[in-house]
Design a protein around this ligand. Structure first.
Ligand SMILES: *Cc1c(COP(=O)(O)O)cnc(C)c1O
Length: 507
């Protein structure tokens, strides 16, 4: 006994809870999660709410004393009600996926364990699980195979944007190093990278963060199917090279975020080879669709990429945030992040698994155990069942396109390649207006305005949620399906909701 009466085995300031309270708390949160997982359509897709209302509900002051379990459970249930329901079968906006039950429970367990997955020494089990999850993801999308499995590696990131940023950093470092070694890279010669006009905004943003400047991202036009025009790419690279610039990287989209178009990866790989460019594939939206049998051929050439980004929190339906960056030669990432030539020396040593550290391959030091939700999802469902879900998402988007094409008052605005359908509402008189050269421009402007108002009305209505894309300057309603709950009936119902909103606005 110490002088203040404690035996040294307990402390007054603990945040531990007695077993009974722990279980009660667990039941409260389990109930909340279960209700959501078993029927997210019980709530409107988008809450009928306002910023003012939310400030009133959740904007209170710092509580000095705890509110207790009942008040907490009530408050959390209210947060759920005041949220957009990403798991709702008619949530078609952006790229929003439901969380699989397995992924959700795995996230809870990983949070409780609270591993810091910096390295093998910090988290031996979780590190091996992450390395396995990364390998499985690579295999799922057909990245790896002959000879590649030896050198291929990568890591999980918070999302696709971080994966892209890390990829461009490694690309730039690798080429700067190679060029300076060969005495090629003159002082101040701008390093340029290439991508289509459909590329995701995280690419110019990454270039900006890396200090390359957004103007160093050379925007290459896309073709009628919104795919990178490979001939224009080649011409642009050659012209820049003649003008003393230093092309170092080409980014192909394996599923653009606007329409889901997949660039001709094998042809882009050809240009990258000819000009010694780093070939990065941004597959944040679409790469996982390569696991669907009917889509595999679209991704031919992905195995030639130097790096690939993909998002398990999109098309593996894991809870946010989980991206993944794969390197064809992980060693190049290690050299880039090491910042010295020393990295090369290590190649010749026997890589010791127990010396492995994720900080050698990306920007983060402290890292959550993201891999558990990926690993658990694949372990529980198996690759076949996950791929079948993706396949059905794609088929559902194709069905939507079919319904749009068959309708008098809808117009399809882009080919449906994967799970995204872009279209607009076109009433009969506007249809006539589009046929005539003289009235076409005015009619298009009117349709842009009408469809934008339709989108807002549908979003606020809470029955379905679509977002938009700007396609060659035209406003398109955009429905994205990465949701294993969405059925054809949801598609029919949503088109009816849109039609009704449009007629109300017109009438
Ligand atoms: C979503 C997306 C990104 C960004 O990924 P986050 O996970 O949102 O950071 C990048 N590229 C494409 C093509 C995307 O669809």
């Amino acid at each position: 006994m110490s002088t203040d009466g404690h035996d040294g085995g307990a402390r007054a300031g603990t945040l531990d809870l007695p077993r009974e309270e722990l279980e009660e708390l667990g039941r409260a949160f389990t109930r909340l999660a279960l209700e959501h997982l078993s029927g997210p359509e019980a709530l409107p897709v988008f809450p009928d709410t306002s910023a003012e209302r939310l400030a009133g509900l959740f904007g209170g002051g710092l509580p000095a004393e705890g509110a207790g379990l009942e008040a907490l459970a009530r408050a959390c249930a209210e947060v759920f009600r005041q949220s957009r329901q990403n798991g709702h079968p008619r949530m078609f906006g952006y790229v929003a996926s439901p969380a699989t039950p397995v992924g959700a429970w795995a996230s809870l367990a990983a949070a409780a364990l609270n591993s810091n997955v910096t390295s093998w020494r910090s988290a031996p089990g979780p590190t091996e699980v992450e390395r396995t999850a990364v390998r499985w993801l690579a295999e799922l999308i057909g990245f790896g195979g002959e000879g590649l499995n030896e050198t291929c590696g990568g890591l999980l990131t918070s999302g696709g944007s971080m994966a892209n940023l890390n990829a461009l950093f490694v690309a730039h470092r690798t080429h700067a190093r190679d060029a300076s070694r060969r005495g090629l890279w003159g002082e101040g010669a701008p390093a340029t990278l290439y991508a289509s006009d459909q590329v995701h905004l995280s690419i110019p943003k990454a270039a900006d963060i890396l200090g390359l400047g957004r103007e160093q991202v050379r925007v290459v036009p896309s073709d009628g199917g919104f795919r990178l025009d490979v001939r224009a790419l080649r011409e642009r690279v050659e012209a820049d090279r003649r003008n003393g610039l230093r092309p170092f990287c080409v980014v192909a989209s394996a599923g653009t975020v606007s329409t889901g178009a997949v660039d001709a990866l094998d042809e882009v790989a050809g240009v990258a080879r000819e000009h010694s460019l780093w070939f990065h594939v941004d597959g944040a939206y679409g790469a996982l669709a390569a696991s669907a049998g009917s889509k595999r051929a679209l991704f031919k050439g992905i195995e030639e990429a130097d790096s690939v980004s993909l998002d398990p929190h999109k098309w593996l339906y894991t809870p946010l945030g989980c991206g993944c960056l794969l390197f064809r030669e992980a060693e190049r990432a290690r050299v880039a992040f090491a910042g010295t030539e020393e990295g090369y020396i290590k190649v010749f040593e026997r890589e010791e698994a127990e010396a492995f550290a994720f900080w050698d391959y990306g920007t983060e030091l402290s890292r959550p155990f993201r891999a558990l939700k990926v690993w658990a999802t694949l372990l529980y469902y198996g690759a076949r069942r996950v791929s079948a879900a993706i396949e059905e998402d794609c088929a559902t988007a194709a069905y939507m396109a079919e319904r749009v094409r068959a309708s008098e008052d809808f117009e399809l605005l882009a080919p449906v390649t994967l799970g995204i359908c872009c279209f607009r509402y076109v009433p009969a008189d506007a249809r006539r207006g589009l046929e005539d050269e003289e009235t076409r421009e005015g009619t298009n402007a009117r349709l842009d305005d009408l469809n934008e108002r339709v989108m807002h009305r549908v979003q606020r209505g809470g029955e379905a949620y679509v977002s938009n894309a700007l396609l060659r300057g035209r406003f398109a309603l955009r429905a994205s399906i990465t949701n294993y709950r969405t059925t054809r009936r949801d598609i029919d119902f949503t088109l009816e909701v849109i039609r009704r909103a449009a007629r109300e606005l017109e009438g």
